[in-house]
Design a protein. Structure first.
Length: 124
């Protein structure tokens, strides 16, 4: 593999671009499902408890509970995350444990930490 790296002209490009592209599409699909669940939760609450009640509350409440439990459960493994981990392995990236934690919470924490460090350096 070391000899192969020296022969490559564009070393900054991924070795398997199709696999990287598939992984990117999968992550985008995963984000669409997460955002869809988030929006469905609040839309169901609105329609279930609004005076016009297009969806009865006794239908909306169990559906909201189901969406909440499935979305935040640490016991149930998400099949989308499992498939993403397989694709990440093909590309040579480490697996992730939780989608939201990996793509939303960790970058937010890193950014906060770097801002704090910059403020600290500026004050000194």
């Amino acid at each position: 593999m070391g000899d192969e790296d020296r022969k490559r002209f564009f070393k900054f490009l991924p070795r398997k671009p199709i696999h990287h592209f598939k992984l990117t599409l999968w992550v985008l699909l995963h984000w669409a499902v997460v955002v869809g669940n988030f929006l469905a939760f609040f839309i169901l609450i609105y329609h279930g408890f609004h005076p016009s009640q297009t969806i009865p509350w006794y239908v909306a409440l169990p559906l909201c509970t189901f969406i909440g439990v499935i979305s935040t459960s640490r016991v149930l493994d998400c099949p989308l995350t499992a498939m993403e981990n397989k694709m990440r392995k093909e590309v040579g990236l480490p697996p992730i444990k939780a989608f939201i934690k990996h793509y939303l919470l960790k970058p937010y924490a890193r950014r906060r930490r770097s801002r704090r460090m910059k403020r600290k350096e500026k004050n000194e």
